[in-house]
Write a protein that binds this ligand. Structure first.
Ligand code: FPP
Length: 249
């Protein structure tokens, strides 16, 4: 089930290059429902979802978007049936192993955010391998949120900062937004300009809570396995209609 970029290889002419989001984040929802509607097991939706994500990454690169962040597994997703969790962990590992060569050829920089220590050891090794191998690449930055929770990320930043205050390394009045951001998993990367959530759900689901303070949110009824370049084009058209004021007039 390969998703072919049969259309829209180039930036569609109704999109203004200078007004594209620099960073797009996606909540890839609806895999289970997509599979169920076809009488298939839920995992088939996740499988198809990987192909869709791969094409979206290439599309972002083709159209000149600098960063893509995908919510692959939340801290809450451990509550799914163990077979599904195991399937996802194995899928992540296999995809990383299989795609690394192409990611290198395409100059993609891979990053992971989340509590990676709780992931299976073999997945942790594959993550480390892909992050290290791609760390000097200069193309699109592809961040995968795995065992990620926004509240947990904020708490761990607070703990690190509190401990530095306790040791006298920093003073409480030195804690500002820039210092706080340096203690997040996403330290050094720009905030998402656009969040896309598929399958019609209108929630943040604990995703990048700090970083998305001013992100534009686009929700589509399309299920993730059906989210193709045309659907992405529509999301970008909607984004370009938005008037981003960042709280100002
Ligand atoms: C949500 O749909 C989807 C997930 C929890 C998993 C998403 C993961 C992938 C698409 C694989 C990504 C792979 C890599 C290597 C980054 P759902 O299962 O909640 O769908 P439902 O709401 O219809 O049940």
């Amino acid at each position: 089930m390969t998703v072919k970029p049969s259309v829209l290889q180039e930036l569609p002419t109704d999109l203004v290059r200078e007004q594209l989001p620099r960073h797009v984040a996606v909540i890839m929802d609806g895999n289970g429902r997509w599979a169920k509607r076809r009488g298939m097991p839920r995992i088939m939706g996740h499988r198809r979802g990987v192909d869709v994500l791969k094409d979206l990454l290439r599309c972002c690169r083709d159209w000149g978007i600098e960063a893509l962040t995908a919510y692959a597994f939340s801290t809450e997703n451990w509550g799914r049936p163990s077979e599904e969790v195991e399937f996802l962990m194995t899928l992540f590992e296999r995809v990383l192993r299989q795609e690394l060569r192409e990611m290198m050829e395409e100059d993609v920089r891979i990053r992971f955010v989340g509590n990676l220590n709780a992931l299976p050891r073999s997945l942790q090794s594959e993550i480390e391998r892909s992050v290290t191998a791609t760390q000097n690449n200069q193309g699109i930055c592809f961040t995968i949120a795995t065992n990620y929770g926004g509240r947990q990320e904020i708490l761990q930043a607070c703990r690190e900062i509190a401990s530095k205050v306790q040791q006298g390394v920093i003073q409480p009045d030195q804690i500002d937004e820039a210092l706080f951001e340096r203690h997040l998993y996403t330290a050094g990367s720009c905030d998402p300009d656009l969040l896309i959530r598929t399958s019609g759900e209108m929630r943040l689901s604990n995703f990048l809570l700090w970083q998305m303070a001013y992100s534009e949110i686009y929700v589509t009824e399309t299920l993730w396995p059906d989210f193709d370049r045309k659907a992405f084009h529509q999301a970008l058209c909607a984004y370009q209609q938005r008037d981003r004021r960042f709280g100002k007039l």
